[in-house]
Design a protein around this ligand. Sequence first.
Ligand SMILES: Cc1cc2nc3c(=O)[nH]c(=O)nc-3n(C[C@H](O)[C@H](O)[C@H](O)COP(=O)(O)OP(=O)(O)OC[C@H]3O[C@@H](n4cnc5c(N)ncnc54)[C@H](O)[C@@H]3O)c2cc1C
Length: 237
Amino acid sequence: MQVALISYTAEPERTVAAAARLSTSPVGAAELLQRMTPEQVASLLQHLVEAGHLSPFEHASFTFAVEGISRACSHQLVRHRLASYTQQSQRYVSLKTLPFITPESIAAKGKLLGSYQAHMEASHKLYREFLEQGVPAEDARYLLPNATETKLVLTMNARELMHVCGVRLCLRAQWEIVELFEKVKIEVHKVAPFIARELKPKCYQMGYCDENESCGLIPTLKELEEDEAVTQGAGAA
Ligand SMILES: Cc1cc2nc3c(=O)[nH]c(=O)nc-3n(C[C@H](O)[C@H](O)[C@H](O)COP(=O)(O)OP(=O)(O)OC[C@H]3O[C@@H](n4cnc5c(N)ncnc54)[C@H](O)[C@@H]3O)c2cc1C
């Protein structure tokens, strides 16, 4: 999987800070953008996150070229609606070869791996035969597996990135989309380190795990309440 940041709002963190400061300043955002010191920018961003005033983060957008993810992964990704996507079309691009993703759980099982690869090859062979028989690519693609690799361009603003990372960096999310957002975070860190630090699983944002069962990183609310009851009980004794 490759994720490359191909474009982004110039001075993303300063832009967020200038927009936020504008709401309480007599001068305009253009002047604030020039005038604010790096310390003022950092301190304001910290305040915005702590206060939950996240709308200024919508002014910083990031565009990524994503390659080598499965269609299973891209389908999960595009459920996030506050973003823009452009994906390589299976109607207009017919596949001469079938690049596909192999999950580790299958790669680790030698015999199953062979069956998996044979299935991919057979699907692709049938797909090519259908194309040769005049079936349009838009219909022949129905034969292709979820594992088929895809390429897309993704644009998200920083507020939506925080939200999506909250649910997709959770270790209970599916491994491929977790990996995708880990790479997104690395790319954002190169140009906006404060924003990148806020791209974290929702349990870090909330202080507890809201899944039925915690992965062990942070306790669930029920576990925290039980711990508190034990501590209070010990104090009363
Ligand atoms: C671990 C995991 C498992 C999942 N399993 C399934 C599954 O089995 N089946 C399934 O169908 N989906 C599944 N999903 C997808 C999930 O249901 C959501 O569709 C997806 O996470 C997008 O979430 P969202 O609406 O919060 O985010 P986004 O679309 O990214 O929107 C961000 C936020 O904007 C607001 N918003 C966006 N659009 C609207 C709107 N129209 N009206 C009001 N508010 C809006 C909401 O506050 C929302 O949280 C899963 C997701 C995860 C993370």
